[in-house]
Design a protein around this ligand. Structure first.
Ligand SMILES: Cc1ncc(COP(=O)(O)O)c(C=O)c1O
Length: 449
C-alpha cells in the first residue's frame, strides 16, 4: 500500500531537510573523512540515515543535542549502552569519585565483590567474572564451554547477534545447512566447522543439532532483539534448557538486551537455569563493561582444568577487565539506576510507546505489528508477530526503514539505526513518548495518503 515512487520523493525532501538542519555536523564530517575511514570512529556509524551522522555536542538523560543545537529525544540510547539515560547522576557520582582513587590497577577493588553479589541476587547464578564488553563475555564462555565439554561446536540461533563473536556470524542456507552470514568479514575457518545454526522456537531443530554429540554450548538471547524482536513460545526456553542437559551441552543465556524486561532479565522473570549468563552495555551506565555468571559446578570444572601458571595465556581475560572504574560504574548503576522502581516506570512507558504506535498503525491501516519487551518496543512491517529470526528478517524493508529513520531524526527522534526499535530510560517522560506518537502519526498519514 506504500507508493514507492512517492516514498523516493518523500525521502529526497528529508535528505534536503537534513542538510539544512545540520551544517556544523557536515563541516565536522568533512574534516573527519580525512582522518577516519568513512568519517566515523566505528564503521557501523556509516549506517545512520542521512548523508552523515549528526555529531553529538552533549547528551543528558533521555535527550541529546547536536553541534547545530538541534535537540533530540533519544530512543536509541546508544543501542542499550545508555538504557540508563545519558550520564545518570548516581553513576557519574560513583565514577567521578573512583577517578580520583585510581581507574585500573589489575587488582580487585571492593566494588568487585558488591557487584558480583548484586548480579548473583538478580540472575540466580552464584559466581561472576568481568570483561570489558558483552562480546568478550560471550567469547570467554564459548572457550570455557569447549574446555569443559571437550566438544567443538556452538549452537546459535539464525539471525542472532552476540557481538563480534566468530562462531555467531552464521546462517542457514535454503537446504538448512550452516553457512557464513552475508557481510561476515575475515572468518578464521568455514562456519560449519564451529557452528550449528538453529531457528528460534524450533525445538526439534535444536534436538537434532544436539544429537550430533558435537555441541559444547547453546548461545542464545531468551528473546531475539537484533533482527527486530522475536518472542519465545510458551515453555520454549525451559525445554531448551532440558535439551541442553539431556545431551551434555552447556546453556548460555545472553541478557545484554533482554534486561529490558526487568532487573533480572528474562532469566529471573521465567526462572531459567542457564549454566552461563552474559551481559554488558546497560549495566555500566555508559562505561564499557561486560560480565558472565556461572554455576558452582561450572566454576569447579574450570578450576579443575586451568593451571595457575598458564591462567594468563588461555584466551580468557584482558588487562582492563574488572577495572576499578567499570566496577564503580556497575555498582552505582545496578543499585541506584536500574532499580525495581525505575524498571516499573520504564516498562509502563514502554507500553505507552507501543500503545501509541499501535493506535497509529490501526488508524492508518498500515497492517504492521508491534512487539513488546518491557522497556523496549518495536514495529515490524508485517501484520503478525514473527516466530523465527528468518521471518523477522524477511519483514525488513531497508528503503522504508531508511526513510522512517531520517524523517524521525529530522523531527527530533533517534531510533536505533538497525531496525525500528525504541528503548525507554528512567529519564524518558510520558511527554517524550507522546511526542513520538504525534510525529509517528504525521509520518504514517503521509505514507498512506
Ligand atoms: C544480545 C547482545 N549480546 C552482545 C552484544 C555485544 O555487545 P558489545 O558490542 O557491547 O560487546 C550485543 C550488541 O548489540 C547484543 O545485542
Amino acid at each position: 500500500m506504500i507508493n514507492r515512487e512517492r516514498l523516493k520523493t518523500l525521502h529526497k525532501i528529508e535528505e534536503e531537510r537534513f542538510l539544512t538542519r545540520t551544517p556544523k555536523s557536515r563541516e565536522r564530517f568533512n574534516q573527519a573523512k580525512k582522518v577516519m575511514p568513512g568519517g566515523v570512529p566505528m564503521s557501523w556509524m556509516t549506517k545512520w540515515p542521512g548523508a552523515y551522522p549528526v555529531f553529538v555536542a552533549s547528551a543528558n538523560g533521555a535527550h541529546f543535542v547536536d553541534l547545530d543545537g538541534n535537540k533530540y529525544i533519544d530512543l536509541c540510547l546508544g543501542d542499550t549502552g545508555s538504557m540508563t539515560g545519558h550520564s545518570p547522576e548516581p553513576t557519574v557520582a560513583a565514577i567521578s569519585a573512583q577517578m580520583k582513587l585510581g581507574m585500573t590497577a589489575m587488582l580487585p577493588t571492593e566494588d568487585a565483590v558488591k557487584v558480583s553479589e548484586e548480579l548473583a541476587r538478580r540472575f540466580g547464578l552464584p559466581l561472576w567474572q568481568f570483561t570489558v564488553s558483552a562480546t568478550d563475555a560471550n567469547r570467554h564462555v564459548i572457550r570455557y564451554s569447549r574446555l569443559i565439554t571437550g566438544r567443538q561446536k556452538i549452537i546459535v540461533i539464525d539471525r542472532c547477534y552476540h557481538g563480534s563473536v566468530d562462531e555467531s556470524f552464521a546462517t542457514l542456507d535454503s537446504n538448512g545447512k550452516t553457512i557464513s552470514r552475508e557481510g561476515n568479514i575475515g572468518a578464521p575457518v568455514p562456519l560449519d566447522m564451529t557452528t550449528i545454526v538453529v531457528e528460534f522456537n524450533d525445538l526439534s531443530g535444536m534436538e537434532s543439532a544436539l544429537k550430533s554429540g558435537e555441541v559444547a554450548a547453546i548461545l542464545m538471547e531468551p528473546a531475539m532483539t537484533n533482527v527486530g524482536i522475536v518472542l519465545p513460545d510458551d515453555g520454549y526456553l525451559i525445554k531448551v534448557g532440558e535439551l541442553a542437559r539431556k545431551y551434555g551441552a552447556l546453556w548460555i543465556i545472553d541478557e545484554t538486551h533482554t534486561i529490558s524486561v526487568g532487573p533480572g532479565g528474562m532469566t529471573r522473570a521465567l526462572n531459567l537455569k542457564p549454566d552461563f549468563l552474559t551481559i554488558g552495555k546497560a549495566i555500566g551506565g555508559g562505561i564499557p563493561v561486560g560480565t558472565f555468571g556461572m554455576t558452582s559446578e561450572i566454576a569447579s570444572a574450570i578450576a579443575d582444568k586451568v593451571e595457575r601458571e598458564v591462567v594468563d595465556t588461555g584466551g580468557i581475560g584482558g588487562t582492563l577487565a574488572g577495572n576499578a572504574l567499570s566496577l564503580a560504574a556497575m555498582r552505582a548503576t545496578l543499585t541506584e539506576v536500574l532499580t525495581e522502581n525505575n524498571f516499573k516506570k520504564m516498562i509502563d512507558l514502554g507500553n505507552r510507546w507501543c500503545d501509541g504506535v499501535e493506535s497509529v498503525i490501526k488508524e492508518t491501516g498500515l497492517g504492521w505489528h508491534v512487539n513488546r519487551l518491557g522497556a523496549r518496543g518495536e514495529y515490524m512491517f508485517q501484520p503478525n508477530a514473527p516466530r523465527t529470526g528468518r521471518e523477522a528478517a524477511n519483514a525488513g524493508d531497508f528503503e522504508l526503514e531508511q526513510y522512517i529513520h531520517l524523517r524521525m531524526l529530522n523531527d527530533g527522534f533517534l531510533l536505533t539505526p538497525f531496525h525500528n526499535m525504541a528503548l525507554i530510560s528512567p529519564y524518558t517522560s510520558a511527554e517524550d513518548v507522546d511526542a513520538h506518537t504525534v510525529a509517528f502519526r504525521a509520518l504514517c498519514n503521509q505514507l498512506v495518503n
